[in-house]
Design a binder for this molecule. Structure first.
Ligand code: TPP
Length: 672
């Protein structure tokens, strides 16, 4: 029902009233049809009803243009139907059918229909606003004139994400409408039991944006408030917060009997449902006749029913679908193998890790204006980054491409996810890897899930650069690569040299899926320095590198530990032990083939990493090599890794916690 960008949304009051009725009717009949299917046993699924919230979604959708973007939630039936979702694809998706928009892989919590302006849906309460910012950032950068409306519940306003998102959106004057559907319940908890804020829109002023609370049972009131917010956003005046209040007439989920609600209040609300009230109002004001409205209802109901029935009758996805769409081209956690690329010969320059990464970002930004950087203190006005990796880039490419962010890691990654959904290639910096947890929902539940939840239609081509510290104690020295490796959908890269860093970062920048690019603080301080070809080059992900050849034992490692392994190998050479050092370079996809080839030759393996040994990547690699080469191994596989402790501040204790060359030599001594 939305109109062309920039034109009037309705030519007359009557037309608008009928347009709102049509949308409310569509939502009402859609919701009713799903609940009918559930109560009759025709279908079985989790469903979050929207009975009572029709006017909210209808009023908001009518205020948007077709090109405007919607981000919504699991309780999104009203929002997406009003925005014009493909109905058979929608019902197929919520029913988990192959005909679904995402082949049934995402369900109602993951509706993605970009052709109809449905930019993302999340099942994580409060996460949508962070992503909406990124979509809006892309729209603003590309001057598309689009506005992003992000819809969320009142309960979501208690989570930090929403606050971070509002702050960032206001700071950057992003074209976002924060649309809070206050249905009086945060799941089963009533409003007055989770906040002392008189009305949620009061909070908007704290972030420097206008806020309004309107009657969410009146579609005109919602339409007017959202239209004003959309107009403001479209004019470049930034975000607004619109709270629409109503009462959820059904349980939080289908089957929830609402035993927690006051029965009298619930009965009174159910006795005066907004859709019926709006219809009665139109009839009383003689805006339309009962015949006209009945005709509209019948037509809509038939359309809904046909789409629903086609979904019910469509086939479930084939089992082979399970492993598709984790990565582009159906790539998996293991590298495909094949010919390994060489770092080009020719002229080189001596660079440290910081300089190599800086040079790579600089060249990539010059070549591709869809690349933008986000992070804390990365702009020149803030010093060009804690370790100066990005120094000079904002001066060269502008502050709209090198964005200094608030200290808000979820916002940084959320904005990157949104921007990647909207066609940009963001590079987000998380200053220390210890802060991964602060942004983990955006990383694991969103960035890593985009391809799968879109049924392979879209990836999130973003790079997260982060650094493993040293000498900085328990909260600034941790290596969490195992978390990332355990999250399907995320590529994980950890270079050991400046030359590898340049080639691998180039590969990440060309990827169509999210990459976690890990840097070692230790290597910033000199260990990673070496010759880097002047010519540009790519080291494809999933290609390990044999950094030293040997015949007696293989050390398989990555990152700063590669240098420790090389030191151990050099010392052992004097004792007549020949050590091969395999630098994995990429942890996902893992180049198991190169490790297996090496161990087939040496028949002995030591896996080493500086992160905690217990349940660490070494366990996975040891198990994989053990299964592959059981009959070939001449000794048990050894693991050398950090102790099962936090990383202590005291230098002596950190040295004892982290594996060193001595421990590698000891481990090799046990098997050679
Ligand atoms: C981060 C997170 N915490 C908890 C949940 C479980 N949960 C699902 S819906 C919901 C209630 C959210 O209430 P509200 O934001 O008011 O939205 P509504 O369901 O009313 O649309 C909760 C707690 C979740 N999905 N995500």
């Amino acid at each position: 029902m939305a109109t062309e960008l920039g034109t009037e949304t309705s030519s007359s009051t009557r037309a608008r009233a009928l347009a709102l009725y049509r949308l409310m009717s569509k939502i009402h009949h859609g919701d009713k049809r799903v609940r009918k299917g559930l109560s009759s046993g025709e279908i079985a699924m989790s469903y979050w009803p929207v009975d009572g919230q029709e006017a909210m979604s209808a009023g908001a959708a009518l205020a948007l243009s077709d090109a405007d973007q919607l981000v919504t939630t699991y309780r999104g039936l009203g929002d997406v139907l009003a925005k014009g979702v493909d109905l058979p694809g929608y019902f197929g998706e919520i029913l988990g059918r192959s005909s679904g928009l995402s082949k049934g892989k995402a369900g109602a919590m993951g509706i993605y229909d970009p052709a109809h302006g449905i930019a993302w849906t999340t099942g994580i309460v409060g996460a949508g606003p962070l992503i909406a910012n990124g979509i809006a950032l892309a729209a603003a950068r590309r001057k598309t004139g689009q506005v992003v409306l992000v819809s969320f519940g009142d309960g979501a306003t208690s989570i930090g994400y929403v606050h971070e998102a509002m702050n960032m959106a206001a700071l950057w004057a992003l074209p976002v409408v924060f649309f809070c559907q206050n249905n009086a319940w945060a799941e089963c908890t009533s409003y007055d039991r989770y906040t002392r804020t008189a009305q949620l829109s009061d909070r908007a002023a704290g972030y420097g944006m206008p806020g309004a609370t309107v009657d969410g049972t009146d579609p005109h009131a919602v339409y007017e408030a959202v239209s004003a917010a959309v107009g403001r956003a479209r004019a470049g005046d930034g975000p607004s917060f619109v709270e629409a209040t109503a009462y959820r007439l059904q349980g939080h989920y289908f089957g929830d009997a609402m035993a927690y609600a006051d029965p009298d209040e619930l009965a009174a609300k159910r006795g005066d449902p907004p859709f019926a009230r709006y219809r009665a109002g139109l009839l009383a004001a003689e805006v339309a006749s009962a015949t006209e409205l009945d005709g509209m209802d019948a037509e809509i109901s038939a359309e809904i029913d046909a789409a629903f029935t086609s979904a019910v009758e469509s086939a479930p996805p084939e089992p082979a679908e399970l492993k598709r769409d984790v990565f582009a081209c159906n790539g998996s956690e293991l590298a495909a193998g094949g010919v390994h690329a060489n770092i080009p010969s020719g002229e080189s320059e001596e660079l440290g890790l910081v300089q190599a990464i800086h040079r790579t970002l600089d060249r990539a930004m010059a070549a591709d204006d869809s690349i933008l950087l986000l992070g804390e203190d990365i702009g020149d006005a803030s010093g060009g980054g804690m370790f100066k990796v990005t120094a000079g880039l904002s001066a060269k490419y502008g502050e709209d491409r090198v964005l200094d962010t608030p200290i808000a890691e979820s916002s940084i990654i959320g904005a990157a996810v949104g921007a990647s959904l909207a066609g940009l290639r963001p590079v987000a910096e998380l200053m220390f890897m210890d802060f991964l947890g602060v942004a983990m929902d955006q990383i694991a539940n969103h960035a890593a899930k985009v391809r799968y939840m879109s049924g392979g239609r879209k990836g999130a081509p973003l790079v997260i650069r982060t650094m493993v510290g040293t000498g900085a104690g328990p909260q600034h020295s941790q290596a969490f690569e195992a978390w990332a490796m355990h999250t399907p959908g995320l590529k994980v890269v950890w270079p050991s040299t400046a030359a590898d860093a340049a080639g691998l970062l180039n590969a990440c920048l060309a990827e169509n899926d999210p990459c976690l690019f890990i840097e070692s603080m230790k290597l910033y301080y000199g260990g990673g320095k070496g010759p880097v070809p002047v010519a540009d080059y790519v080291i494809p992900l999933g290609q390990a590198d044999v950094k030293r050849t040997g015949g007696d034992v293989t050390i398989c490692t990555y990152g700063a530990m590669v240098h420790t392994a090389l030191e151990a190998a050099q010392r052992l050479e004097k004792e007549g032990v020949s050590v091969e050092v395999v630098d994995l370079r990429t942890l996902v996809p893992l180049d198991l083939a190169t490790v297996v080839t090496s161990v087939r030759k040496t028949t002995r393996l030591v896996v080493a990493h500086e992160s905690v040994g217990f349940c660490g990547p070494g366990a996975e690699i040891a198990a994989a090599v053990g299964s592959e080469l059981f009959g070939t191994l001449s000794t048990p596989i050894q693991r050398v890794a950090a102790s099962y402790t936090p990383v202590p501040r005291a230098g002596t204790l950190e040295a004892a916690c982290r594996p060193d060359a001595e421990q590698l030599i000891e481990a090799i001594g046990r098997i050679v």
